[in-house]
Each structure stands twice: as structure tokens, then as C-alpha cells.
Design a protein around this ligand. Structure first.
Ligand code: DX5
Ligand code: ZN
Length: 223
């Protein structure tokens, strides 16, 4: 992260109350956070099924913030148009789920959306080295995808530090996001890694009131 710039905080609605999604999406801006992180799961790339583009369309009126859609799905190329039309601002898919990732990144950008690539904890950054000149966002998963509330895998922070070094050396413009296990205990090491965006699900939605959520977001930003 460029020096003296505060982190972008992206609460994940995966941990919201599914019976009150509109209200819980509003919590994000109310707390002073920046992006709405939307975890899309298909029951194939990861075991659970969450929601699809219709959820983005339904929630769009509840927040003016950017919708940061994280596709944990096989065949992501089949869903890009749907999420773009539904109101996604950033669309991130997994390298492990896509052969023609370069083409897909270009396609997402051709729709006027920011294009992101994600890697699971077992994937080295070499797997995306040929895409770094093309991507707007690299989302480093710091837990194995599929579930909120897991413990951060600390080795994944080394990948973030390397991605930060590479962009400085090569002059690339991508932002780096971390997803999984971000909380007040892990934010210190996380912020030091060079990351720009922190996704937080259970740590944000586990708080009981607006004041606690606002304080939590401020603590992440000031880390
Ligand atoms: C996991 C999702 C994450 C998850 C993070 O598959 O991609 O966004 O919601 O949840 P926490 O912050 O609870 O680890
Ligand atoms: Zn996510």
C-alpha cells in the first residue's frame, strides 16, 4: 500500500443475516466502510451455494458503495454479463477455475468494470504472473474459500508482500486485497504486508451495534 493511505475496508455480506440483506448492506456505509464484498459460491468450486446476480440487483438500491463481487464459481465466464448488468463494479474470479483468464479479464474491462483475479492459499503467485499487467485487483485468499469465520493462514501474507514488491518494481497499477480471517488480532500483520483492501465478514457482522461496527472499521483503517 502507498504510504500514509488508509486501508479500504470491504465487509462481506456472506456473514450478514440472510433474512435482512438490505438492512445489513446499509450497515456497511453507516459504519464508514468502503466497499460491499459479495461472496458468490456455486456448490462446485466450493461446497456451499450462496447467491447469484439477482442478489446484487436486489441489494444495489441499498448502497451507493462499490459492489466488489468475488466469484467462487466454476466457469466464471458464464456469469460475467449477469453480474455486470446487476450492478457489480468489480468482478473477481479464480485462476483455479478458468483456463482463458487473460481473455476473461479483458472482457470484464470491456464492460467498463474493474477486473480482479484471485488465488486460493495453495496457489503461488507464479500462476498469475502473466496477468499482472492486465488486472485491476489481485485478491489473495488467506483462508480456504467456502466459509466465513476461519483462521487466517499467515503464510499467505508473504504472497501479498511479493505482489507489492512486484508492482513497485514493474510499475503495475493493481490493488491487492486480502480475504479471510481479518480481525483486530490479525490486522497488524495484515496491514504491514502492503495490502490495500481488507475483506472482513464475521468480524464485522458479529458485532452487535452500529457504534461497534464503526469503531471496528476505524481500527482497521488506522492499522
Ligand atoms: C470465504 C469468503 C470470504 C469470507 C471472509 O470464502 O471469500 O470473503 O466471507 O470471512 P471472514 O472475514 O469471516 O473470514
Ligand atoms: Zn470473498
Amino acid at each position: 500500500m502507498p504510504d500514509n493511505k488508509s486501508l479500504i475496508v470491504a465487509p462481506s455480506i456472506l456473514s450478514a443475516d440472510f433474512a435482512h440483506m438490505g438492512r445489513d448492506t446499509e450497515y456497511i456505509k453507516q459504519a464508514g466502510a468502503d466497499w460491499v464484498h459479495v461472496d458468490v459460491m456455486d456448490g462446485s468450486f466450493v461446497p456451499p451455494i450462496t447467491f447469484g446476480a439477482q442478489m446484487v440487483e436486489a441489494l444495489r438500491p441499498f448502497s451507493p458503495l462499490p459492489f466488489d463481487v468475488h466469484l467462487m464459481i466454476d466457469h466464471p465466464e458464464t456469469q460475467i454479463d449477469n453480474f455486470a448488468k446487476a450492478g457489480a463494479d468489480l468482478i473477481t474470479f479464480h485462476i483455479e477455475a478458468c483456463t482463458h483468464a487473460h481473455r476473461l479479464l479483458q472482457y470484464i474491462k470491456s464492460l467498463g468494470k474493474k477486473a480482479g483475479i484471485s488465488i486460493v492459499p495453495s496457489t503461488p503467485i507464479e500462476a498469475i504472473s502473466e496477468l499482472l499487467c492486465e488486472v485491476d485487483l489481485v485478491l489473495v485468499m488467506s483462508v480456504n474459500p467456502g466459509y466465513g469465520g476461519q483462521k487466517m493462514i499467515p503464510q499467505t501474507l508473504k504472497k501479498i508482500a511479493l505482489l507489492d514488491k512486484i508492482r513497485k518494481e514493474q510499475g503495475f497499477g493493481y490493488q491487492i486485497s486480502i480475504d479471510g480471517g481479518v480481525n483486530l488480532q490479525t490486522i497488524g500483520d495484515t496491514a504491514a504486508s502492503g495490502v490495500d483492501i481488507v475483506v472482513a465478514g464475521s468480524a464485522f457482522y458479529g458485532l452487535s451495534d452500529a457504534a461497534a461496527r464503526t469503531a471496528f472499521v476505524q481500527n482497521l483503517k488506522n492499522a
